[in-house]
Design a protein around this ligand. Structure first.
Ligand code: SF4
Ligand code: SF4
Length: 328
């Protein structure tokens, strides 16, 4: 049932959430960007540019302790967090990224480290007039527990799960016509340019020299992968401190030379051309085959991160132009 939240109700909702979860909310930084940070009272910044960092890092952090070993062969797992996290202020693309990683890490065999952080987490999405320039963000379709809707005359809330309903208990109902002024039509996740590029790749119509040209611009910084909410590759490292060894995992990047290099020195992805092509094929060809959906949610983070202008959108635009020119 749709609820109307006055400012005091919204603060009350935040308190309710913070009692049971470690609440993270969008906050504005001095450069205008927004980050998900622990709530410390006050109102979160629901509208604005997309969250600077991918929210999936809450469940799959850059560096994560997996276990500790002692010299007697004992193994200790890290304690689960005291409270599960609650991520508030996620847009439809953030939620699509989380859904993608959930499917990847929680499909059998389940990834225990991911599950330890993800179990019990609360997701609070945002839609309505929350875009960077006040534009309308599309409605959410059950990918979150609770949807906050910025309507022209105030904040509304719509529960999608039993937990969402419980959190909204006692707040005033809102008439459904409060949504009438908003565009509540769902949009396609992938914009046309990415769909077109995906078709060209799937039909193997991209000339080989396209990849050489693009790869020549890559400086192998890994930024595209580290910014991407659906990238899931990691390496494992052991570090020994006296009698104790820590085993951790650390994000990896398929744009780096050592990504697939074997101990023998053989490298199946031994050139930047092969690595660049693989990154894009993986997301737009292999993932749709495996999961029925692309491994790109079109969040644009890799385009903002790439110092040489070959993130997903820029690359796909060039790819389509090149194929048009070649008549392929
Ligand atoms: S736009 Fe880039 S960063 Fe975002 S999901 Fe697609 S590949 Fe990843
Ligand atoms: S961000 Fe750009 S330059 Fe850096 S690894 Fe990715 S494609 Fe290469």
């Amino acid at each position: 049932m749709l609820k109307r939240l006055e400012e005091k109700d919204f603060l009350c909702l935040l308190e309710r959430i913070a009692e049971r979860w470690q609440l993270l909310v969008p906050q504005r930084m001095s450069d205008g960007s927004r980050l998900l940070l622990p709530w410390q009272g006050g109102l979160p910044v629901l509208a604005g540019p997309p969250l600077q960092r991918k929210p999936t890092e809450v469940f799959f952090p850059q560096l994560e302790l997996l276990l500790e070993l002692d010299d007697a062969g004992g193994v200790a797992l890290p304690n689960p967090p005291e409270k599960p996290p609650a991520l508030l202020g996620l847009d439809h693309l953030d939620l699509a990224g989380i859904a993608f990683l959930d499917r990847f890490f929680l499909s059998p065999p389940t990834d225990d480290a991911y599950l330890r952080r993800r179990r019990g987490a609360l997701l609070v999405g945002v839609s309505g007039l929350a875009g960077a320039q006040g534009e309308t963000l599309p409605p959410l379709e059950g990918e979150c527990d609770l949807e906050l809707i910025l309507a022209p005359d105030g904040l509304l809330a719509h529960p999608h799960t039993a937990r969402g309903t419980e959190l909204l208990e006692g707040f005033a109902e809102a008439a459904p016509d409060k949504l009438a002024a908003l565009d509540r039509n769902a949009t396609e996740l992938l914009p046309e340019i990415l769909l077109k590029a995906a078709r060209l790749l799937q039909e193997e119509r991209v000339p080989e020299d396209f990849w050489e040209e693009i790869a020549a611009r890559c400086i192998a910084c890994g930024g595209c992968n580290f910014a991407c909410p659906t990238c899931s590759c990691f390496g494992v490292q052991d570090r020994t401190f006296g009698k104790r060894t820590e085993r951790s995992r650390l994000w990896d990047s398929c744009q780096l030379d050592a990504f697939m290099r074997e101990a023998s020195g053989h490298n199946p992805l031994g050139t930047e051309t092969l690595r660049t092509r693989r990154r894009i094929y993986h997301k737009l060809v292999a993932d749709p085959l495996r999961w029925g959906e692309p491994g790109c949610v079109a969040c644009g983070r890799c385009d903002r991160a790439c110092p040489t202008g070959i993130g997903m959108f820029a690359l796909c635009e060039e790819l389509v132009r090149t194929c048009d020119r070649h008549g392929s």
